[in-house]
Design a binder for this molecule. Structure first.
Ligand code: PGA
Length: 260
């Protein structure tokens, strides 16, 4: 069976990256309760992963009974303990009930995070039993296709310390920086091309097991473009920023994903 066909049938994953929102725990709780309810209604078709500010993680996780929603840390450190002011280890994230961690989000890369940092974080996540969501994507495109080289480098270095046979445990979130926070998402056809490229690069480095790696698209995802991206973009799910911090917007988006 073609990968496209399998991807179209499988359960989709939607990661809600709340970033540095909302401003109080009271509001975070309200947002979470609404999103949990929307997720529970669609739990058979969509896996919803909430990435709240770390400060809210444990308290929000304590509100969940059953598996309607999972949690992600927005960032983790690669060391397991020590003198790293302001950081959070993978073990601490796990202890607060995160099952996933974003690694190398564009906003962290813009603040100085490197491919080598991502490499160490991906390996630390896998070692601690967290699923790393390795975020990649170029800042701009040119006619020569330089973005493919850029993305290849992000993938090669970011996954260089993934133990043999473990690449299937990774999630890759392709987020072109020019689409994050923008008015429009990338065209699904271009995502399809990129998904093929990502699988090829990972398979070259890690073998055939990489062909089934989970790929997400992120950047200006909302209810108007989600279904087309899932149908034509060759992706297994979506990484959502703005549309995840308004409960009603997120509910409509999840419904669009479930109905695709
Ligand atoms: P956006 O952000 O959906 O607001 O464009 C996506 C992201 O940064 O993950």
């Amino acid at each position: 069976m073609q990968h496209d066909t399998i991807a179209a049938m499988a359960k989709k994953i939607v990661v809600a990256n709340w970033k540095m929102n909302p401003p109080s725990f009271r509001e975070a709780k309200k947002l979470f309760e609404a999103e949990k309810k929307a997720a529970a209604a669609l739990a058979r078709r969509v896996t919803v992963v909430i990435a709240p500010p770390a400060l809210y993680l444990r308290a929000l996780a304590s509100l969940v009974r059953g598996a309607s929603t999972a949690f992600a840390a927005q960032n983790v450190h690669w060391e397991s303990a020590g003198a790293f002011t302001g950081e959070m280890s993978c073990l601490q994230a796990r202890d607060a009930k995160a099952a996933y961690a974003l690694v190398g989000h564009a906003e962290r890369r813009a603040a100085g995070e490197t491919n080598d940092d991502a490499r160490k974080k991906v390996a630390a996540c896998l070692g601690a039993g967290l699923t790393p969501v390795l975020c990649i994507g170029e800042a701009a495109r040119n006619a020569e296709g330089a973005h493919f080289d850029y993305v290849r480098e992000q993938l090669r270095i970011g996954t260089a310390d993934v133990p043999q046979g473990k690449v299937g445990k990774l999630i890759v979130a392709y987020e072109p920086v020019w689409a994050i926070g923008a008015a429009a998402a990338m065209k699904p056809r271009d995502m399809h091309e990129m998904a093929i490229f990502i699988r090829k690069v990972l398979a070259e480095a890690h073998g055939e097991g990489a062909l089934s790696v989970t790929i997400l698209y992120g950047g200006a995802v909302d209810s108007t473009n989600a279904a087309a991206m899932l149908e034509e973009g060759d992706v297994d799910g979506l990484l959502v920023g703005r549309a995840s911090i308004e409960a009603e917007r997120f509910r409509i988006l999840l419904n669009a994903v479930a109905e695709r």
